[in-house]
Design a protein around this ligand. Structure first.
Ligand code: GDP
Length: 299
């Protein structure tokens, strides 16, 4: 929790400062409510949540003096309500092995790093994990994944640069099955510059996995970089459509002033947020807690 608080301190500082600016000795009226709504929207929380907060505040307190502390308390409560339904643990169905986790997202959002951190968590929990270097376009991505494989004691299936990613996924599944792996985590390319190609590639990977196990990929996890702000909303939309994303990891919540975007994404997409990334180190992946996040961002 401490790490999240520190990480979100920029977001919460700016938010608290702006809220304090609105509520210096001012009554709760149309103007202050409008100003507050603007502040919340500027903090990336989204229109829906901004209105929830102002509505909750207005009911019972309209026309009265309110302190910025009161405002932040109400904000934390409302944000928690928005986040609660999406704060779910990642549950692995290990009745059929391997449980396949396909990791998608725009390049640079933290796919490879998150895979490494997740592999560390799962192996620490006693599971056998295999990794597949499905971003066959970037040599650095393959190398990074190999490093994470070594670090976490997870075998890495890789091919040469430019090879067919779906073929690699097939190969990795067979290897994971033969090795008795509990979990297979597949990295993918995230070249959003060429959407048609990306779509074809991800669809092919999903189709191939589907043939091997009708329920695979069991989890399609998207990494979303908090520092991208409003753009993140579109990224989720795109990958949801292309790859059937059914869970999110919000990365780089450490040090960003744009942490509020997680709330907007939760309100809009209602996808489970399984983990949050709060740094580059192996243990900087935390389960997502609605109340902790709400408290941290409200300051
Ligand atoms: P990919 O291209 O999607 O695979 O992204 P990478 O995993 O290579 O990550 C891109 C950069 O972001 C690397 O420098 C990572 O160390 C960094 N990164 C990933 N997750 C986090 C995080 O939660 N916090 C911070 N501060 N950096 C992160």
């Amino acid at each position: 929790f401490q790490k999240l608080r520190e990480g979100l301190s920029r977001s919460s500082r700016e938010l608290s400062g702006s809220i304090a600016g609105v509520f210096t000795k001012r009554k709760l009226d149309e103007n202050t409510l409008q100003d507050l709504e603007d502040v919340l929207i500027r903090a990336d929380l989204g229109m829906e949540t901004a209105m929830r907060v102002t509505d909750a505040l207005a009911s019972g307190r309209y026309g009265k003096d309110v302190s910025d502390l009161e405002v932040r308390t109400i904000m934390a409560q409302e944000v928690e309500k928005v986040l609660k339904p999406v704060a779910l643990p990642l549950e692995l169905d290990l009745s059929v092995k391997p449980h396949v986790i396909l990791v998608v997202g725009v390049n640079g959002t933290g796919k490879t790093t998150t895979i490494g951190k997740l592999a560390a968590k799962l192996t620490a929990g006693g599971l056998k994990v295999m990794l597949a270097a499905g971003d066959t376009f970037r040599a650095a991505a393959i190398e990074q994944l190999k490093i994470w494989g070594e670090r976490t004691g997870s075998p890495v299936v890789a091919t040469k640069l430019g090879a067919d990613a779906a073929g690699l996924a097939w190969d990795a599944f067979e290897k994971a099955k033969a090795a008795g792996s509990d979990v297979l985590i597949i990295d993918t390319a995230g070249r959003l510059q060429n959407k048609t190609e990306l779509m074809a590639e991800l669809e092919k990977i999903v189709r191939v996995l589907n043939k091997l196990d009708p329920d695979a990929p069991h989890t399609v996890l998207q990494t979303v970089d908090a520092t991208t702000g409003q753009n993140a909303l579109n990224q989720v939309e795109i990958f949801r459509n292309i790859a059937g994303v059914n869970g999110l990891v919000m990365t780089k919540l450490d040090g960003t002033a744009r942490g509020g975007i997680l709330v907007a994404i939760a309100a809009k997409h209602k996808l489970p947020v399984y983990f949050i990334g709060v740094g580059e180190q192996v243990d900087d992946l935390e389960p997502f807690s609605a109340s902790e996040f709400a408290k941290a961002i409200a300051g």
